[in-house]
Design a binder for this molecule. Structure first.
Ligand code: NAD
Length: 489
């Protein structure tokens, strides 16, 4: 089957390009998909442009768009098992994690179905009874939606649902490493009744496929999730045609544990924070920042538990963590381990590939913990995007805040303490887009997600996540116009 979707039809790449999608557990080929060229991306943009400017989609009411989103939510649940399996094959994450992703994506479609219907704009008081002043929210136009490989379905869905709710048309560009669930999502959008040209799909490398989208004068907005360097290049590229950009970039997220925290819960979540999906999570709490008085006991217990994490095939029920996504990515993670050792960090566990011969064909790496870390180290400042925890310590509350803010990123942070006032003080002092108190990781479709500083521009989810895909139009209506006699009196 052809895997590019342009103007309501599944088509092959015009130049005949293909790419093999590989299972990171054993390097088997899961599927061969089309590899688009710039001309395919241009065709997708033309289809999206025509559907926005002249298609039946322009006439769809908010209610109808809402019903479309609800239908997609139903179809996601109907095919939940198939989608979860695809995501696990493609990314290596466990089947339980993939199932949770499908459920959360469903909630996001449901949330924006409701938002689509309940967004009537607003009346503004012009201070003049003869004037009716209204602000309407309209779609921006053609959106390029570019996603990473770590949460392929979830990250693209955070863009597709609000972009559709607002009435835009779009071109989806998943990561070339993990396109399978995005292909499936586009099948479901088609089945749900999205008109031809509204949601187009191109697959392939960032350059030329993604860059063709960001450079095109026919594209009005780029919403991108991915790495800092790519995000920065996209912003520069979009500047040439003054496109709107929304960027969700990386994070280097502190997990701050005070001595009065609930020990059992804090340990458990410290593991989840880093080793969930092998650390390939933008909001991973890879910087453990622990109070001096607790440090020795906490780190000793944590290290023991890290050594018991079961690596394996994401499809097996007892696997707790899968492989890294690719050979290339594992090499990057390994290079950070060498850097950390050279910088003087103390390796407590991990720091190498596993010996288990059953894992030999997968891109596995042992969960790794470094103690004696500080903010001057690259392993503490740069996103390793792997199963590497660094441990820093503090004695005063102000030190905890200073360490927590000692990063150019600002995506997420957590604070663990039994004292509510202390938790609130630290939560407010931290310069991060999400702060968890006595928890790590949850997000809600109805609450904004995004980064301070270099973690990004704009927000996804929540009301602001819809506003990213809207233009505000002010209509000022004078119901009793009278001559002003300003000129030519
Ligand atoms: P990446 O930046 O390498 O690639 C992301 C996407 O951009 C891919 O689809 C890629 O093909 C495309 N791309 C690459 N070069 C491009 C170009 N010049 N023009 C247009 N598109 C281009 O990121 P990745 O390695 O796939 O994902 C990991 C990164 O994503 C991490 O840094 C992680 O923190 C970040 N991330 C952030 C969030 C968040 O919510 N803030 C969520 C998930 C992942």
């Amino acid at each position: 089957m052809s895997t590019l979707f342009i103007d309501g039809r599944w088509v092959s790449a015009t130049a005949g390009g293909t790419r093999q999608v590989v299972n990171p557990f054993d390097q088997s080929v899961i599927r061969t998909v089309d590899e688009a060229a710039a001309t395919d991306a241009e065709a997708a943009v033309r289809a999206a442009r025509a559907a926005f400017d002249d298609g039946e989609w322009r006439g769809w009411t908010a209610r109808r768009r809402s019903l479309l989103l609800r239908r997609v939510a139903e179809l996601l649940q109907r095919d939940r098992a198939e989608i979860a399996r695809l995501e696990t094959l493609d990314t290596g994450k466990t089947l339980v994690e993939s199932g949770i992703d499908v459920d959360e994506v469903t909630s996001v479609f449901e949330y924006y179905a409701t938002q689509a219907e309940s967004d009537p704009g607003r009346l503004v008081d012009a201070g003049n009874p003869a004037v009716r002043s209204r602000v309407l929210y309209e779609p921006i136009g053609v959106c390029a939606l570019i996603a990473p490989w770590n949460y392929p379905l979830l990250q693209i869905a955070w863009k597709v649902a609000p972009a559709l709710a607002a009435g835009n048309t779009m071109v989806l560009k998943p990561s070339e490493t993990t396109p399978l669930t995005t292909i499936k999502l586009v099948e479901l959008l088609d089945e749900a009744g999205a008109p031809a040209g509204v949601a187009n799909l191109v697959l392939g490398a960032g350059d030329p496929v993604g860059s063709t989208l960001t450079e095109s004068p026919q594209v009005d907005m780029v919403s991108f999730t991915g790495g800092l360097a790519t995000g920065s290049a996209i912003m520069a590229s979009a500047a040439r045609t003054v496109k709107k950009v929304a960027l969700e970039l990386g994070g280097k997220n502190p997990n701050i544990v005070f001595a009065d925290a609930d020990f059992e819960a804090a340990i458990d979540y410290a593991l989840i924070a880093v080793f969930f999906h092998a650390g390939q999570v933008c909001s991973a709490g890879t910087r453990l920042v622990v109070e001096d008085a607790l440090h020795d006991e906490f780190v000793a217990e944590l290290t023991q538990r890290v050594e018991r994490i079961k690596l394996g095939n994401g499809l097996d029920a007892d696997t707790e963590s899968g492989p890294l996504v690719s050979a290339e990515h594992r090499e990057k993670v390994e290079s950070y381990v060498s850097i950390a050792v050279d910088e003087g960090a103390r390796l407590l566990t991990g720091g190498r590939r596993p010996d288990n011969p059953k894992l030999a064909r997968g891109f596995f790496y042992l969960p790794t913990v470094f103690d004696d870390c500080h903010g001057g180290m690259r392993v503490v400042q740069e996103e390793t995007f792997g199963p590497i925890m660094t441990v820093e310590r503090f004695s005063e509350i102000e030190d905890a805040v200073r360490i927590g803010n000692d990063t150019t990123y600002g995506l997420a942070a957590a604070v663990w303490t039994g004292e509510a006032r202390k938790a609130e003080y630290v939560a407010r002092a931290l310069r991060h887009g999400t702060v968890w108190i006595n928890d790590f990781g949850p997000y809600l479709p109805q609450a904004e997600w995004g980064g301070y500083k270099r973690s990004g521009v704009g927000r996804e989810l929540g009301h602001a996540g819809l506003a990213e895909y809207q233009e505000a139009k002010h209509i000022y209506e004078n119901t009793a116009p009278e001559p002003q006699r300003w000129f030519a009196r």
